[in-house]
Design a protein around this ligand. Structure first.
Ligand code: IPM
Ligand code: MG
Length: 373
């Protein structure tokens, strides 16, 4: 019977509400599938920062490192200057835990409304693998003549063969579990230096994975193809900043930020993977029960997949998908039920669903095969 140590960072705003809902689903999954977790809450975010000035202290890193997975709610508060928590906690965590890729599924579940007319679940099932450690996110640069009309701001984008290689290699392995198609998304026609590096890595690795077909799409064209022909994509690998942008668009296709999940994956055992809904802390609606817990619950499913609980992961995904299809709206008051009630419905559904409901091709289960390989 599997036993897993789970660190929980509820965070700010709606983070604690959606995390509570996800943990109730975890309780139910443990019962049904016969594994167990030991959970430790780690307080990070606006409150801790405002009280003590601490963002990601060393002892929190050590605590997180001693766990098998991290479940993260959301952080951010109007009381803290934008950028401080983002850099000091989220980006610092991705770096401290060597979370090499950010896995962001774009899957439209049956019966879930999408703003794209005529889009069907059959046509919308892809995964974006976002390089998670560098590019424009390295936080390097400088400004001279600041505050004068002569100001010059230089923001660097760092691209290493090493980080591109590990992201692309993971993407090939994931594609092998899926429909065997990998698309590189970049901007090689303008960012020629970085583009050449990424292209060469894909070319080199493609010899090792001859069963996977490769394709290339510029990031601007991706913004056109994603809403119109998402069926063209299976696994998309991309640079950190492009991945940030295209995954918000992807989330919209599949029902919005309230239901989008992500996994910041450590691929070499040197740190702990972290699972978080893509939405932020939404302080304006915190405490009202208006947040959709599905993003957090589906992030939990990703966590279960990487922990090797593939069957539980697929069942949690199926239960969340089934409940989502019945909601009159995917977020806010119009959702017609509170965060807690929606979470409870997913709990109840978990007792009924067949983990094969989505056709046995759950990404969460596919992950179980590749994340720890
Ligand atoms: C995301 C967010 C973060 C990012 C911010 C909050 C730092 O937009 O996870 O997509 O840019 O990576
Ligand atoms: Mg983003």
């Amino acid at each position: 019977m599997g036993h897993h140590r789970l660190a929980v960072i509820p965070g700010d705003g709606i983070g604690p509400e959606v995390t509570d809902a996800a943990l109730a689903v975890l309780d139910a999954a443990e019962q049904r599938f016969g594994f167990s977790t030991e959970r430790t809450t780690v307080s990070l975010g606006a409150d801790r920062y405002l009280e003590s000035g601490e963002l990601l202290p060393d002892e929190a890193v050590a605590e997180l490192r001693s766990n098998d997975a991290i479940l993260f709610g959301a952080i951010g508060s109007p009381k803290v200057t934008p950028g401080i928590l983002e850099h000091g906690v989220i980006l610092a965590m991705r770096a401290a835990m060597t979370q090499a890729v950010n896995l962001r599924p774009v899957r439209l579940y049956p019966g879930v409304p999408t703003p794209i007319a005529g889009l069907t679940p059959q046509r919308c099932d892809l995964v974006v693998v976002r390089e998670n450690s560098e590019g424009a996110y390295v936080g390097r640069g400088s400004t001279v003549h600041r505050g004068t009309p002569a100001a010059v701001a230089v923001q660097e984008s760092v691209n290493t063969w090493y980080a591109a290689h590990r992201a692309v290699d993971f993407s090939f392995r994931l594609a092998q579990q899926r429909r065997k198609k990998l698309t590189l998304c970049h901007k090689t026609n303008v960012l020629v230096e970085a583009g050449r590096l990424w292209l060469s890595v894909v070319e080199e690795l493609s010899a090792q994975y001859p069963d996977v077909e490769t394709d290339y799409v510029h990031v601007d064209a991706m913004c056109m193809h994603l809403p119109t022909t998402p069926e063209r994509f299976d696994v998309v690998v991309t640079d950190n900043l492009f991945g940030d942008i295209v995954t918000d668009l992807g989330a919209v296709l599949a029902g919005g930020l309230g239901v989008a999940a992500s996994g910041n994956l450590n691929l070499d055992g040197s740190g702990t993977s972290m699972f978080e809904p893509i939405h932020g802390s939404a302080p304006d609606i915190a405490g009202r029960g208006w947040a959709n817990p599905a993003g957090a619950v589906l992030s939990l499913a990703l966590a279960l997949g990487t922990l090797g609980e593939g069957e539980a992961a697929a069942a949690v995904e199926a239960a969340a998908a089934s409940v989502l299809s019945e909601l009159p709206a995917l977020a806010g008051e119009a959702m017609g039920a509170t965060t807690e009630v929606v979470g409870q419905r997913i709990v109840d559904r978990l007792g009924e669903v067949d983990s094969d409901l989505l056709g046995g091709d759950s990404l969460m289960a596919q992950l179980a095969a590749v994340a720890n390989a």
